[in-house]
Ligand binder design. Sequence first.
Ligand SMILES: O=c1ccn([C@@H]2O[C@H](COP(=O)(O)O)[C@@H](O)[C@H]2O)c(=O)[nH]1
Length: 239
Amino acid sequence: MNPKERIVLALDVDTYDEALGLVRELTPYVGVFKIGMQLYNSIGPAIVQQVNELGGKVFVDLKLHDIPNTVGAAGRVLTRLNSFMFNVHAAGGREMMQYAAAEVSKEAARLGINPPLILAVTVLTSISDQQLKNEMYVNDLNVLELTVKWAVMAKESGLNGVVCSPQEITAIRAACGPDFKIVTPGIRPRWSETNDQKRVTTPRDALHLGADYMVIGRPITKADNPKIAAQKIIEELEG
Ligand SMILES: O=c1ccn([C@@H]2O[C@H](COP(=O)(O)O)[C@@H](O)[C@H]2O)c(=O)[nH]1
């Protein structure tokens, strides 16, 4: 895969015009477009089809977290929408992930299409070890240990990969093997601000650590010139 194909651009905007403007401008530099709760809740599921029609693969980042029946049903909908990938929270548990995987594969078979990749969100990249302990009351594991446990559970449940910080790639790769997809937000070039992200690396470090896909939002979308920012990241990845 070339570096461009590994870049997932977070379309964290409110409107159809802003989103499609970014898709048109940045298609030459981006492999996948991520539609998260801001855009999806603002303009609805039709945006997935619109991005598909412009030739973009879509990661629907709704971080599903509910009882198995509800998440399975939502998974069927996201399969019908032709998402390239979508995610659920590993914290939803084994039964929820197994059920989502089974429903998605049945729905894809029924439609005769490739199923979307299903990823488990481990510990959000905005959470530090201190927060995990003091706010989530997880006292016996640190972030790294918990992400690995959840990644193994996701794999055993039939999911295709995880969302985690690039800082956890080496440990997850060792536990889950080469084919398990690792998708990493928390990507910050040296020239950009960290914002609310806590567990970050540069794009180049994430690539060397073995990220399959890197989710990048504000360093590109909030740059004075998003195209130049994206180009600079690709050059850093190729350099
Ligand atoms: O652990 C997670 C899971 C998802 N995200 C999402 O990725 C992007 C990151 O955007 P930046 O602007 O590059 O910080 C954003 O849409 C998050 O919802 C994450 O950051 N961490």
